[in-house]
Ligand binder design. Structure first.
Ligand code: 13P
Ligand code: SF4
Length: 351
């Protein structure tokens, strides 16, 4: 006998009967297929297209908007997302979103940030297991201890953290504006949490003294400088773009360091002949679909958390209105202050 399950017990399992590829669905999704046929095999598209068509219908019925991070797979990024972006862009869009429902296709801290900024909306994340190794590396209690150890030193917190940690912070930042946020405080010393490598990158860009935490991104910490030197030996003309969550010796080898939006902007604006993106795998696929003249050398590392989000999961989320993201009001209010201070700084030199 088939086991009886509830959506909560199987958060990412597909609905029982996948929607079918009818001629109407093929017609409705043709424009997306034209864009994606260079990066998705046709046999896979036959599975994705019916989900995309059904998700579009449900978005209209629910008055929902889909915000997707740049690391989402191409069928989500190009197929169902209404707005795509880096962490800063998604936070900015969450403030102004007018739909009743925001489905956040990304990781949990991004959905939490959307809820903090727009508490009256229903914010859904399709899979609660979509976490982040940086967010896991620190708690609010850790921040309180640091503040006791360094009294009076302001706390700058990367948005890749829980609401609990943001609530203990003076101001947030993303990889786009970390340097500008640190300098906006007008002090000579800050506590910068939790990414050790981003902190080291910021320290190379400013005279402000940086006190670090030892969190790392499990995806970006795996890249090595030797790997990049190998790409350069194989492709002497290759342009190397890297995310600042990479270790310092990797960043030393890069031609450009910036947020996911910064890296995408570099490719769109400069159209390098050949590029390697030292970041999560879907970035190259998403860019390749819209930049046919750029050759992407595609070694990359997968973020297992971002990959929890799938089309069947998004459909299930819109059908069941699960999983609603909630933040306790008092904590949300304090976290919101730190996020709003960051938004006032805006986009910075990281793209
Ligand atoms: P961005 O803000 O650059 O999109 O980065 C988010 C992230 O999680 C990178 O690993
Ligand atoms: Fe977190 Fe790294 Fe995944 Fe980004 S890529 S969500 S920092 S684990």
């Amino acid at each position: 006998m088939a086991p009886v399950t509830t959506p909560d017990q199987t958060p990412s399992s597909p609905p029982n009967a996948p929607p079918a590829l009818t001629p109407e669905v093929a017609e409705a999704t043709r424009a997306i297929w034209e864009r994606l046929k260079g990066v998705i095999p046709e046999v896979e598209w036959a599975v994705h297209a019916p989900y995309i068509a059904r998700i579009e219908e449900l978005k209209r019925e629910r008055n929902a908007v889909i915000l997707a991070h740049n690391y989402q797979t191409p069928e989500i990024f190009h197929g169902v997302a209404d707005i795509v972006g880096d962490s800063l862009g998604l936070a900015q869009e969450a403030v102004t979103a007018e739909a009743d429902v925001i489905v956040l296709c990304g990781v949990h801290f991004m959905a939490e940030t959307a809820k903090i900024l727009n508490p009256d909306k229903t914010v859904l994340i399709p899979d609660l297991r979509a976490g982040c190794s940086l967010a896991e590396s620190i708690t609010g209690a850790d921040v309180r201890e640091l503040k006791a150890r360094y009294p009076g030193v302001p706390v700058v917190t990367y948005v890749n953290t829980s609401a609990d940690v943001k609530a203990e912070s003076d101001i947030c930042c993303t990889s786009s504006n970390a340097v500008q946020v640190v300098e906006s405080l007008g002090v000579d010393r800050v506590i910068f949490l939790p990414d050790e490598y981003l902190a080291k990158w910021v320290a190379t860009q400013t005279d402000v003294d940086i006190i670090r935490w030892d969190g790392t991104c499990e995806v970006h910490e795996r890249f090595t400088a030797e790997e990049i030197r190998q790409y350069r030996r194989g492709y002497p003309d290759v342009v190397v773009l890297a995310h600042p969550e990479c270790p310092p010796d990797v960043l030393d080898e890069a031609d450009y360091v910036g947020s996911t939006a910064g890296m995408m902007g570099y490719v769109r604006d400069r159209q390098p002949e050949r590029v390697v993106m030292i970041t999560e795998c879907s970035m190259s696929d998403n860019l390749a679909a819209e930049n046919p003249d750029v050759e992407f050398v595609r070694p990359c590392n997968l973020c297992p958390h971002m990959k929890r989000i799938t089309l069947p999961g998004i459909l299930r989320s819109l059908e069941t209105m699960e999983h609603k993201v909630e933040v306790a009001p008092e904590m949300a209010e304090r976290a919101k202050n730190a996020v709003e201070r960051m938004l006032a700084v805006g986009r910075g030199s990281g793209g």
